[in-house]
Design a binder for this molecule. Sequence first.
Ligand SMILES: [Zn+2]
Length: 421
Amino acid sequence: MTFRSTVLHLTLLLSIVTSGCSDGNANAFFYSSTLDQRTKDEQPAVLKTLEELVNIESGTNDAIGIPEMGNYLEGRLKALGAEVTRTPATSGVVGDIIVGQFKGSGGRHILMMAHMDTVYVRGSLAKAPFRIDGDQVLGAGIADAKGGIATILHTLALLKAQSFQQFGTITVMFNTDEEKGSLGSNELIQKLAAQSDIVLSYETGFIYEGQEFFVTGTSGVAVVEARVHGKASHAGAASPTAVNSMTEAADLILRTQDLQDPQQERLFNWTSIKGGSATNIIPDLTVVSADMRYGRNEDLPLLEAALAERAQKKRLEGARIDLQVTRLIPPYNATDAARGVMNKAVAIYAEVGAKLVAANVRTGGGSDAGWAALSGKPVLENLGLPGGNQHADAGEYVLASAIPRRLYLSARLVSELGQGL
Ligand SMILES: [Zn+2]
């Protein structure tokens, strides 16, 4: 959208909205340069929030950090006027899922979500403390997904400051176990998504070679464990009945290499192996694990069937292989409705001279957008702060300069979607 047409377009919109709605002031604000300025004024507060979030070490299942983060987020949401509920995570996952709800004067129901857990174990903060280096704001978990949490909290602060009420409900969900597939929170995510008209997910904003973009798909993630059984024996006096489980496991790894098929958006990688207790004993058990990624829900059973078929083709007589496949996060595929919202976001971003591309790309990563998408409701992912080096310890960062434009995008998007525009 070029500048001149933007102005024309904006003027038109402004007249329609102001005349139509009771809360004209709020609308004018959300179409004005005042919002642009307000998001710039908000930046120092966002940096402070990022520092506070990073300073709470919230690795998944961290019995100290996760409850501490839950308390912090509950406090922030209550201060914004939300009605907060806590739902204990299931499946043995540590912590409560924090849900805050705001009731408006009428309109659409929006779910905003981000995960509070990180991949980092306690003690990582010492190696990756909060710090600012030029345009990079660094810290453990700052991109994935603490930048998203900060964007949600400050979007709500901007909406509150403007007494914006033109929505049905805004529900905010912060879960505790996305980095482990959300096994303890996905039921609640699916329920909240089904109760909403639109789901906004605040994972790290994608940026590649300086260009920000939305992806139209994430990958489904599953983990495979293959327990390869053989028959033990002394390595020196190897009995003829010995069956080396490690040899069978090595062959299994080689005879499943073709399951990796990026063309079909299928990724398959053996990532860990355990076997053998002593160098002079032929091992009777070797356990190998693999990471499996796929683009469509219907791909998983196909992959499982192909794997089972390969596993049965044993190299060594007498070997046995027990396979276990655990589905973690399902894939997300942007629906037409979601692409419509994506295009709206691209247009809004252009209002402040910023460029976002809706790229027909599937990332190899998985996210809770996959769980939310099972509801059939439109889901938009990657609304968090653009950054990089996720999961990479000291190098993880978000862009300070992106904070105002991302707040502008988020606040405008929520205001438009709330009114059903
Ligand atoms: Zn994440």
